[in-house]
Design a protein around this ligand. Sequence first.
Ligand code: HEC
Ligand code: HEC
Length: 347
Amino acid sequence: MGIPAQHRSLFRRLYYGVLIALCLLVATLWSQIRHYQPSRLRVQWAPEVRFTEEPIQPIPVENVANPQKIALGEQLFQEVRLSSDNQVSCLSCHKFERGGADDRAHSVGIRGQATQVNTPSIFNVKYNFRFNWDGEFENLSDHLEGLLTSPSVMNMQWEPLVQKLQQIPTYRREFAQIYPDGITASSIKDAIVVYQEALTTPNSRFDQFLRGDKQALTATEQEGYQRFKEYGCVSCHQGINVGGNLFQRFGVMGNYFADRGNITESDLGRYNVTRDPADRFVFRVPSLRNVALTAPYFHDGSAKTLEEAIAIMVKYQLGRSLPPKHIQRIAEFLRTLTGEYQGNPLG
Ligand code: HEC
Ligand code: HEC
């Protein structure tokens, strides 16, 4: 018995063939391992995966829920009866054509009183973690309660407000259709809060860019975004609202207030809420969504242009001075944050 000679040589050839193939495999694997660089993997990621890596996220595009409540909230937002002298509505200060803010440094409330601070935008408020420059309020319902009864804003009390609205048949009917108890403090608050939460401005050119459309921004706007990240603006202005999710001192790298002079109580910022000395001059970092439309800037309304506001940030928050061209590029990027309200571009 035994394997015939010609078969034996066939086996031997097969054996050497497998051996050579194995050697080749080991050699290829070895060279792959030697040249392996983790960063190479990134190149292959799809844009949808990559934007989750970005420090800024697009505003979600959501379907409108509760259209009836929103319609009622919209009427109340424009209703001057919400103020004690029937002179101001929410819209008087939060102007849609001004990015939901006011073009004056200080807005004018009831009896011609000027507000202590610049009016921030009403758009995208649902993405802020606290409300007002000093972050006094933790939710929109408490915030509304505060401003409605504030002597310098609406100077209103619930009882007389409910009575005023009861006299108007359309309000009686509309409230009754949605709320079993009709017109009450809590139903008024609910309708206005639901409306405010619907005031989002998705689909800015920058959001289109984040979602993968690289053509949505010009080369210089993209450079502006790179500078915004490189210089560290993004360490404070980040998340869905490009701000609105942190407290920070105004004047980390220099004394903005001493240089500006004439310090007022509202300059103390978060200190007014906590009375903690460490919170003096600390503010909620504002959102930069639609910032091209919301001049003047800062809680004191002191910066008239976007370029001026950026230069102040560079000086007092970063402790640097940048070539004007870089400030220009950052401004170009910030102008791409203007979104759409109900499908129409703001502005
Ligand atoms: C007289 C002008 C004026 C009127 C009227 C007014 N606001 Fe404001 N609003 C302001 C100012 C100023 C601030 C900032 C206050 C602060 O930071 O202390 C503000 C802040 C806000 C904020 C917080 C935004 C944020 O992100 O911090 C919301 C929400 C808001 N207002 C909603 C309303 C609603 C709703 C009404 C009507 C019921 C209204 N406002 C009426 C001037 C006004
Ligand atoms: C250390 C945190 C921090 C850094 C870094 C920072 N900011 Fe700010 N930014 C703030 C705070 C806080 C405010 C609010 C100041 C105030 O008005 O009280 C603000 C306000 C602004 C405003 C005005 C917004 C408005 O609606 O009034 C703009 C514009 C702005 N920053 C852009 C930038 C740019 C561009 C950079 C980078 C060059 C930058 N910021 C870096 C914290 C920061």
